[in-house]
Design a protein around this ligand. Sequence first.
Ligand code: NDP
Length: 475
Amino acid sequence: MAIFEYAPAPESRDVVDIRPSYGLFVNGEFVDGSGTPFKTVNPATEETLAEVATASSDDVDRAVQAARKAFGVWSAMPGAERAKYLFRIARIIQERARELAVLESLDNGKPIRESRDVDVPLVAAHFFYYAGWADKLAYAGFGEPRPLGVAGQVIPWNFPLLMLAWKIAPALACGNTVVLKPAETTPLTALVFADICRQAELPPGVVNIVTGAGETGAAVVGHPDVDKVAFTGSTEVGRIIARAVAGTDKKLTLELGGKAANIVFEDAAVDQAVEGIVNGIFFNQGHVCCAGSRLLVQESVEEEVLESLRRRLSTLRLGDPLDKNTDIGAINSAEQLAKIRSLSDLGESEGAQRWSPACELPDKGFWFPPTVFTGVAQSHSIARAEIFGPVLSVLTFRTPAEAVEKANNTPYGLSAGIWTEKGSRILWMADRLRAGVVWANTFNKFDPASPFGGYKESGYGREGGLHGLEAYLDV
Ligand code: NDP
């Protein structure tokens, strides 16, 4: 039952001029790709947005050569000069924020409220932050700053432009040049970013964008003249990349999957915790590597928390990503929807209880309702596998020690959340949780100054903050 009826508040699509087809961005120019072009669709409507070039291994080679040539110019430039370009890029991102947000929502399916208020502002913030480091690298604590060379970067579809910023901003600040491959289902904002590089008059070859599928990604990471590989995506592909890079001189950072525990103690402020649970798993349709996909709630407050959670979920609005009132947008692709469906069905067949609020799904596009599983045991697939969708698994605990044990009982270790009134308990828990990021009385908060990365199968290396510089310097 909705508390309020909202009038539609659609953001205008006209602020973006989507071209019928896009090429690769190599050496400062848009060029044709020699592979078979592919279509990118709006997952909310299944409408084709544009045709996009596929980079073959020869195209990737040209991009790497352009980056190698540009490395001479870019790495020799004083840090203060490189900073000017990065500041300029950051400002253009702010100027073109509305266009970028609308395009991100169209290509990815995420609500405009998120692309406008979270993704794009954070993208600009990353460029501002690393622009600030470009002339201070000698004081970062890594000795004489020397860049690595050409960085080959492969990113996923869940935060297309933000993952690009996490990768490109520190690489450039440190004096490296870049060949980046966006995900096949979300290439468009990376191509607008290419245009922003031109607008900022970035020297040709410093940033190259090669679109295509996994094969293009494999050509980037396997190229012999790439010095550094940075990957964000599934643990499965992360393993393939680690094998491809093993035995070479390439430096590697991997940011992979997660199955974070969001832990609610009986003394937590329930309404605040419920907001954090909702934000933790339903933000970006749960397509978030650090999503709080396992709720660990203290047994004594389980019913109270679940009742409040169900009430809150009944007020979420699912639908048109371009409507400013929308909380939950579309699932990014038919493949991802199939994966979410099959894991959820498995959860039911393994004996967990499934619940979703009454919620009408649009006829076209890829949609999945917010879903909560209770009665979940640690052995259930939905307590172990990364579902990467709007699906929460609820488990209970009695003591803090049990909460720690259950939270750490996962092959992953990217993030965790703690909800309690007691500061000492927060510190006690944070000390014991094997997770790269631990949030206390909040969740999914990001800041460019704060490092991010995992333990165990969530990968290695850190992105963001001072730590993020290390991955792009020869230290
Ligand atoms: P992938 O890990 O396959 O995709 C990430 C990026 O790697 C994409 O650009 C992809 O290209 C590229 N890629 C694929 N294969 C290779 C390869 N052999 N060498 C180099 N690059 C490659 O994720 P998917 O999009 O296939 O999603 C599968 C599952 O992964 C999801 O269901 C989800 O569970 C998880 N996932 C986790 C993410 C995280 O941040 N933790 C992010 C994305 C997915 P292309 O787009 O063409 O496939």
